[in-house]
Design a protein around this ligand. Structure first.
Ligand SMILES: Cc1cc2nc3c(=O)[nH]c(=O)nc-3n(C[C@H](O)[C@H](O)[C@H](O)COP(=O)(O)OP(=O)(O)OC[C@H]3O[C@@H](n4cnc5c(N)ncnc54)[C@H](O)[C@@H]3O)c2cc1C
Length: 307
């Protein structure tokens, strides 16, 4: 069994930023990359809002650079998944699917969240070419154009009103005849002139050509009639699933399954276990905020060990 000072679980912007700081603080971090090396940004094309890239960068390219920077300072990056953890006593114990069991003085959880998708073949086909899971990230590309968004909760309502400020028209597709969002958010949506509700409807197919998305076919679940909406962008806002299954019963989670952290820090309910990035944040969900909390987690781990 090997013992390490700092184990980082997850290789998105949060995990890699934690790794850069932990490695430079001589904690000799070991990182498990998980099922999606590089994290969520590896499924997007252009990233234009991460500081330091004035011309933009593709998600996969940016994550290769994160990795190179973390490895430059000696992070031991391993492919594989952490499958089981025991945080009941220190050193903490983690089992990985490469057969290794690791004892760790500190653990940084950076396992992110997974955006929920509709599961349509055409949604996959046009991913990053008009299909997006993040209005804050990609809304800018559709300034002055017509777009559609699917969802009915608070996030969908927030994202629809955000898009309405940039786009000419926003079709909001929802499978019921009323939104699930809070009353305040419903009010905001209903009072935004360029949002058109498409009630009782589900997307059947994303339409497109070589240039990307050209529309979305929706079916009314009451009448069974289909119609095509001409749009340039299609946003899926049906929720996220935090990747916290292995931490259930080990650290405190909130009612949605996100790791609870002490406000203003990355400390979890277990001393010596820290959480950063989307796994503990359902509000901002940005690469730069994930990276920021990754930095915090490494500094907190280093100070914890120092004490
Ligand atoms: C389509 C799309 C486009 C986006 N575009 C932008 C953008 O332009 N700008 C922006 O700022 N944000 C964007 N985002 C949001 C951004 O990707 C996330 O906020 C950010 O990636 C969160 O980083 P993270 O490190 O917390 O987690 P993630 O990126 O989700 O990474 C989680 C990591 O944990 C690993 N993992 C999970 N479980 C385990 C396990 N058991 N063992 C080991 N590893 C594990 C995964 O393999 C992955 O490497 C976009 C998101 C999507 C879905």
């Amino acid at each position: 069994m090997e013992q390490v000072k700092c184990l980082i679980i997850g290789s998105g912007p949060a995990g890699y930023t934690a790794a850069i700081y932990a490695a430079r603080a001589d904690l000799k971090p070991v990182m498990y990359e998980g099922m999606q090396p590089g994290g969520q940004l590896t499924i997007t094309t252009e990233v234009e809002n991460f500081p330091g890239y004035p011309k933009g960068v593709t998600g996969p390219e940016m994550m290769i650079e994160f990795k190179e920077q973390a490895m430059r300072f000696g992070t031991d990056v391993r492919s594989g998944l952490v499958t089981n953890v025991d945080f009941s006593k220190r050193p903490f114990k983690a089992e990985a699917d490469d057969g290794k069991t690791i004892l760790a003085d500190t653990v940084i959880i950076a396992t992110g969240a997974t955006a929920k998708w509709l599961g349509l073949e055409s949604e996959k086909k046009y991913m990053g070419q008009g299909v997006s899971g993040c209005a804050t990230c990609d809304g800018f590309f559709y300034r002055g154009k017509d777009v559609a968004i699917v969802g009915g909760g608070d996030t969908a309502a927030e994202e629809a009103t955000y898009l309405a400020k940039l786009c000419k028209k926003v079709y909001m597709i929802h499978r019921r005849d009323a939104l699930r969002a809070s009353k305040a958010m419903q009010h905001k949506v209903m009072n935004t002139a360029n949002i058109e509700m498409v009630w009782n409807s589900v997307p059947e197919e994303v339409l497109g050509d070589d240039g990307g998305v050209t529309g979305v076919r929706v079916r009314n679940v009451v009448t069974s009639e289909s119609r095509d909406l001409d749009v340039w962008g299609f946003f899926v806002a049906i929720g996220h699933q935090p990747n916290t299954d292995i931490f259930r019963g080990q650290v405190e989670l909130d009612e949605m399954g996100y790791v609870k952290t002490i406000p203003g820090s990355t400390k979890t309910s277990v001393e010596g276990v820290f959480a950063c990035g989307d796994v503990q944040d359902h509000y901002y969900r940005q690469a730069v905020t994930a990276a920021g909390t990754g930095c915090m987690a490494a500094i907190e781990a280093e100070r914890f060990l120092g004490n």
